[in-house]
Design a protein around this ligand. Structure first.
Ligand SMILES: Cc1cc2nc3c(=O)[nH]c(=O)nc-3n(C[C@H](O)[C@H](O)[C@H](O)COP(=O)(O)OP(=O)(O)OC[C@H]3O[C@@H](n4cnc5c(N)ncnc54)[C@H](O)[C@@H]3O)c2cc1C
Ligand SMILES: Cc1ncc(C[n+]2csc(CCOP(=O)(O)OP(=O)(O)O)c2C)c(N)n1
Ligand SMILES: [Mg+2]
Length: 579
């Protein structure tokens, strides 16, 4: 017997380096499942509990390995469930192949069971979006899907009618080639021309107070970023997805920017006279300098000038472009700007430690801070969306070869656990930690059973405030309204962990945080550490503006139920910081 369309698909996926597929089988995709079963020595199928998680895992697998991620779902509902995770991949530019089943080709359009037009449905999320019209097309479609996902750093979607999945190709048209298309591919490595490099260097060389803002696009260019920063005497500020691009304890690092950013970063943006952006689409433009001259490196020409009115755009790969720029740069002997900010950064870290001080109820900052002593230099941290993102961003220090990610642009809840699972599958030897909120965790908590099923020793740290904390603070501080609709019914997550067959730790005493985290990390088993934190700990920005203070007062006046406790928490913070 020859190879059917599913065999061709999976062989092509293998040839593009896909070794793991995340998903849930179903009657609409069982032909592909059989091709996967026959090749299980070369390609893993990881069965998940919700297709959304499968898509998150494919996205995270791509983010953490730099390779093509892959997820699979059945027709109709399975495909629909993938969407949120696929949007996460689209918006953070992670290459993912999504394979979905489709009803029988002769029944499409007949309102048959699970007859959903998934090609239309995936049109907005996918850079390549095709339905198999003929098994003879499979070879070409599979190659093109992989090529597009990688080239465009996005989602490629293939919809496969169930009856074609087991059919062998026959009857190629007279224009096609019997051996099929090639899987030859090399990543784009673009370098800008000399003229642009010279113009960029003129701006940077004439600056007295240059600053750099770097992001996910600079993750592979650490050495070059540090060389350029050293040459320019430039502080380096990091967008969230670039948190691991240079270590937080490096003297040139100022940490993050934005609501979860640091004070030295804000000062760097306020007072710099030139800004060099490298591989970042940092969205919050109000935090960017008001009048510095700008240079931006991005390998997507359409991202240049998107967030900041730069004078020169260097369209190119960050590593190669910085290498090419370096010989054009002169050493800036005036280090006053940098050294001044370094002093502020030292004080900022002291403040972060202070805010993680032991108190009862436990401060959420402590949950993040206490990880620092326990994490190895190559740990992989996956955060979720909420106030937990802020504590992770601020209090967990990147060192060595650590990696960090979350759903950045989509900013969706629920990604933390699936991301950590994907990380652990890709890197079995590394510590993989999900740092999540109780709301985000509960959305896809069934995946903890996936971690147990596959013996993945992830540690899930749940910041338990029994609240959709981020939204509570947004209602109070952005709108000046009392909190509404944000309470969560408490769940005993430690018992849940045990019920799934993992380890569970429940912590209410600040002295128990570190020992519990240590036990979980050293257990070699999937573990949950739920930390009951003070729900009234506000995620304070580095600088509070008048609007925020006024809104807070308005929320209290309108009857914010926890007003007294919140005011007390803020007061205690201020007192502790003054003493
Ligand atoms: C609750 C929550 C709060 C948040 N608050 C903040 C906040 O306060 N501060 C913050 O920073 N973020 C915050 N974020 C995340 C924020 O929404 C953005 O996702 C993030 O700032 C983007 O980071 P980035 O610029 O590194 O990544 P991206 O937006 O992905 O940008 C990366 C850029 O690099 C380019 N690129 C990729 N590869 C290369 C290459 N090899 N060479 C050159 N260019 C390349 C891409 O084209 C892209 O333009 C928050 C998220 C959540 C969930
Ligand atoms: C899927 C999804 N739904 C809703 C939101 C809006 N949202 C952002 S943060 C948040 C609260 C998160 O609560 P939790 O996970 O408990 O984290 P906390 O803020 O309490 O740390 C909500 C509802 C979102 N980002 N994603
Ligand atoms: Mg919460």
């Amino acid at each position: 017997m020859g190879r059917n369309a599913s065999d061709i698909l999976v062989d092509t996926m293998l040839s593009w380096g896909i070794d793991t597929v995340f998903g849930i089988p179903g009657d609409g995709i069982n032909g592909v499942m059989e091709a996967l079963r026959k090749r299980q020595d070369r390609i893993r199928f990881i069965q998940v509990r919700h297709e959304e998680s499968g898509a998150f895992m494919a996205c995270a697998y791509a983010k953490y390995t730099g390779r093509l991620g892959c997820c699979l779902a059945t027709s109709g509902p399975g495909a629909i469930h993938l969407l949120n995770g696929l949007y996460d991949a689209k918006t953070d530019q992670a290459p993912v192949l999504a394979i979905t089943g489709q009803t029988y080709s002769d029944l499409q359009g007949s309102m048959f069971q699970q007859d959903v037009d998934t090609v239309s449905l995936f049109k907005d999320v996918a850079v390549y979006d095709q339905e198999l019209l003929n098994p003879a097309q499979m070879d070409m479609l599979a190659n093109e899907a992989c090529r597009h996902a990688l080239n465009k750093r996005g989602v490629a979607h293939l919809s496969l009618p169930v009856d074609y999945q087991e059919k062998e190709p026959e009857g190629h048209s007279m224009h096609s080639r019997p051996e099929g298309p090639s899987n030859a591919w090399t990543p784009q490595r673009i370098v800008p021309g000399e003229a642009e490099l010279t113009r960029a260097a003129e701006i940077l060389n004439s600056a007295k107070r240059p600053a750099m803002l770097i992001g996910a696009g600079a993750l592979g260019a650490r050495e070059e970023v540090l060389q350029v920063a050293e040459m320019l005497g430039s502080p380096v500020v990091k967008a969230l997805l670039g948190k691991a691009s240079i270590p937080d304890d490096h003297p040139l690092s100022m940490g993050g920017l934005g609501l979860l950013g640091t004070y030295p970063s804000e000062l760097a943006m306020d007072h710099c006279d030139a800004l060099l952006m490298v591989g970042t689409s940092f969205p919050y433009m109000e935090f960017l300098p008001k009048k510095a001259r700008g240079v931006q490196i991005d390998d997507r020409a359409d991202r240049i000038g998107l967030r900041y009115p730069v004078e020169v755009g260097l369209v190119g790969d960050s590593k190669l472009t910085l290498q090419a720029l370096l010989p054009h740069l002169r050493r800036n002997e005036d280090r006053e700007f940098l050294t001044g900010l370094q002093e502020v950064a030292t004080k900022w870290w002291e403040l972060m430690e202070e805010r993680a001080r032991h108190e009862k109820p436990i401060r959420p900052q402590q949950a993040a801070w206490d990880l620092n002593d326990l994490l190895r230099d190559d740990a992989i941290i996956s955060a979720d969306s909420g106030t937990n993102t802020i504590w992770a961003a601020r209090q967990i220090k990147m060192r060595g070869e650590m990696m960090f990610s979350c759903s950045g642009t989509l900013a969706t809840m629920a990604c933390g656990l699936p991301y950590a699972i994907a990380a652990q599958i890709a890197f079995p030897e590394r510590q993989c930690v999900a740092f999540v909120g109780d709301g985000g965790f509960t959305m896809l908590m069934g995946e903890f059973a996936t971690a147990v099923k596959y013996n993945l020793p992830i540690t899930v740290v749940i910041v338990k405030n029994n609240s959709l904390g981020q939204i509570k603070w947004e209602q109070i501080v952005f709108l000046g309204n009392p909190e509404y609709g944000v309470d969560l019914h408490p769940i005993d997550f430690a018992k849940f962990a045990e019920a799934c067959g993992g380890l569970g730790f429940s912590v209410e005493d600040p002295e128990e945080v570190k020992p519990a985290l240590r036990k979980a990390l050293e257990s070699g088993r999937p573990s949950i550490v739920e930390i009951a934190v003070n729900p009234n700990e506000p995620p304070m920005p580095a600088r509070i503006n008048l609007d925020q203070a006024t809104h807070f007062a308005e929320a209290l006046a309108k009857g914010e139920p926890n007003g007294g406790q919140i005011a007390l928490t803020i007061f205690r913070d201020k007192m502790a910081e003054l003493l």
